[in-house]
Design a protein around this ligand. Structure first.
Ligand SMILES: [Zn+2]
Length: 319
């Protein structure tokens, strides 16, 4: 079990929280000058809500009124029939599975019992089951809603953790849902230990999902620049042009006929297109990928603007 008390801090001023943390009570900041030394942080279903709502897209009243539940239905444990059908027809996320393995190996180079922060960990990410089954990993999952997996409710723009707390941070299909991705990545850098590893995968060719909470897409180069304060271990496409085309068909049918159900049937009938995902030159697949990933380690050096042009050109030359 991960020792949460040793890691948390006030999301507003980063001072320690008043200890010991009582499992039933509100949590308070230990700094007298901080508004949260008086106001404190609430709990939802026993989980601390360590969010400075003055600086967040989330509204405290809304979240408390929903008892912390997500605004939309989610299959947190990936056991719903629709998730299983989708997995069968549209395939597993093999890239994430391979990257989870690389991530675990890289973290274990730092220490034998690595602490891993999963941002957006309210639901099990696609292809990362092995992360949850590794007994040597100490996992801390945050999200903006209550689920069986969420341990702390937190906003990625203001992580409520002390500097250099974790050997790894996993952030999968989250950065498109935050208003300021650079700020979130700076927070990841702050909470990672020296040599700590980050894995991010983020949509590129994907339509709007989760309605009002979808803001940004990244090319492979844009994503690399976002993580410019990290040393590159690996990067590439997540899902290729075939899957991107399936999604386009789905959203075309949704727009023309106004039916989610019909849109899903149309998408499933095109499932064979995913077999085209890996055919072609690497760079051309990356130029049309559904999403992109970056795996890297926290660095004291930052890429120069001219490095990013070379990064793209090198990938072309590597084919
Ligand atoms: Zn404070």
């Amino acid at each position: 079990m991960i020792n949460i008390e040793a890691l948390v801090c006030c999301p507003a001023c980063r001072a320690d929280l008043r200890m010991p943390i009582d499992v039933k009570e509100r949590l308070f900041c230990s700094s007298d000058g901080c508004i949260y030394s008086q106001r404190g942080f609430p709990r939802l279903d026993g989980r601390p809500v360590l969010i400075d709502f003055r600086e967040s897209i989330l509204l405290e009243g809304d979240l408390l009124a929903r008892a912390g539940k997500s605004f939309m239905r989610r299959d947190d444990m990936r056991t719903d029939l629709s998730t299983r059908v989708r997995k069968k027809l549209l395939g597993r996320n093999l890239t994430a599975m391979r990257n989870a393995e690389s991530m675990i190996a890289a973290m274990k180079k730092v220490t034998s019992r690595p602490k891993l922060l999963i941002i957006g960990g309210g639901a099990i990410g696609s292809g990362i089951e092995q992360i949850y089954s590794d007994p040597e990993l100490e996992i801390l999952a945050t999200d903006i809603y209550v689920s069986p997996l969420t341990q702390i409710l937190a906003d990625g723009h203001q992580l409520p953790f002390k500097a250099k707390s974790f050997e790894g941070v996993w952030i999968q299909a989250v950065l498109e849902h935050v208003l300021d991705p650079k700020k979130v990545v700076d927070e990841i850098w702050r909470v990672l230990k020296q040599g700590g590893v980050v894995y991010a995968d983020t949509p590129f060719m994907q339509q709007v999902h989760e309605g009002a909470y979808d803001f940004t897409r990244f090319t492979l180069s844009g994503h690399r620049w976002l993580f410019r304060s990290f040393e590159h271990l690996d990067s590439g496409a997540v899902g290729g042009p075939g899957t991107a085309l399936i999604w386009s068909v789905q959203y075309l049918v949704r727009a023309v006929f106004g039916s989610q159900k019909l849109a899903k049937v149309a998408a499933y009938s095109c499932f064979w297109l995913r077999y085209l995902d890996r055919i072609g030159k690497k760079q051309q697949i990356e130029d049309a990928a559904c999403g992109v990933f970056f795996l890297g380690t926290r660095s004291d050096h930052t890429l120069r603007p001219s490095d990013i042009v070379e990064y793209y050109q090198r990938r072309g030359a590597a084919i």
